[in-house]
Design a protein around this ligand. Sequence first.
Ligand code: ATP
Length: 312
Amino acid sequence: MALTLRACSGARRIVHANRASAPAPASTVPGMDHDTDHAPDHVLTDDDVLIACRATSATDLAAHDPRTTFGWDKDVAKDRFDDVIADVDHLQQRLYAEGERAVLMVLQGIDAGGKGGTIRSVMNQLNPSGVSVHGFGVPSEEERAHDFLWRIHAHTPEAGTIAVFDRSHYEDVLVVRVKGLAPEPVWRRRYEHIRNFERLLDDEGTTVVKFFLNVSRDEQRERLQDRIDDPEERWKFRKGDLDDRALWDEYQTAFEAALRETSTDAAPWYVVPGDRKWVRNLVVALALRHHLTAIGPEYPPAEDDIAGLVVE
Ligand code: ATP
C-alpha cells in the first residue's frame, strides 16, 4: 500500500547531508500541517518525515510540534503502521538469522511521555526471541561505584538482536543535569563520552537509533491526571512526577542540549511527535525500518547439497 503523507506550505531547510544509511536532517520543521483536515499542497515521502524528525546540532525543540500529524489520516496511518511493522518484523528475522549485526533503540522522554506505550505497540509486533527491553532507573550502589556507562554497556544487544532502552545513559546528562546530581564539568564532558561510546557500538556492528518522544506540556498534564484518576493506571503515578513537571523548562533545555550534542551519523536522534500515539508509533516504525533496511541483513547460506532433498 502506498503511503500518502501530506504537509502544508513551508520549506524545509536541510542543514547538511549525511551518509546514505540515514536520512539527512532538517534543523527546523516550519509549516508542518497540524490538522488532518488541512488541505495538502505537497506529498511527503517516508524519508521526508524522517528528515523532518532528525535532530541536528541546531535542533530547536520549539520548532517541533508534538501534535503534528504530518497531514496523515488516522485510519490510513494505522493501516500503514501494520504494513511497516510487518516489514520490520521481516527484517528482524533476517537480522536474527544472520547473527552478525545488532540494533540498539534508545527511548527517552518526560514522565508519561509514552516510552512504555511505544515499547508495547511497536515491539509487540516482533519476534520476542530477537528483542530485549531494559529499563534504567536510579542507579544502584554498585552501579554508582562505576563509570556511568558501565551499567549501560552490559545491556547492549548481542549480535542478531534488537535491544530497547527505556531510559538510558542519557539520564546522566538529563536528570543529573537538571537536579544537579553531579557538577557541571562532570555532566558536560559526558556528551563526548557518549558520542565516543556510540561510535564504538556502531564500529562494532551495533546500529544505534534514538527517539525523543516529544510530548506537549498539556498532553503530559492530561496523561498524569488520567493516571491519578484511573484505578488501572494509578500504579504508574509517583508524586515525584509532579516535582519533575515543575522543572519542565529545565528538562526541555537538557533534552535539547542532549539532542544537539549527540545526534550523529553513527547514532541519530529522532524527535518524535508524541501527543498522538498513532503518529508516534508510525514514525518510530518508519525509522526502525529505515535503519534495518540500511543494515541490509542477509540470511546465511544454507548447508551444501540440500536443494532437492526430500524429507521422509
Ligand atoms: P518510568 O517513569 O520510566 O516509568 P518509574 O517511575 O517506574 O519509571 P524507574 O524506572 O524505577 O521508575 O526509575 C526511573 C527514574 O530513575 C526516573 O526518575 C529517572 O530520572 C531516574 N534515573 C534513571 N537514571 C538515572 C541516573 N543515572 N541518575 C539518577 N536518576 C536516574
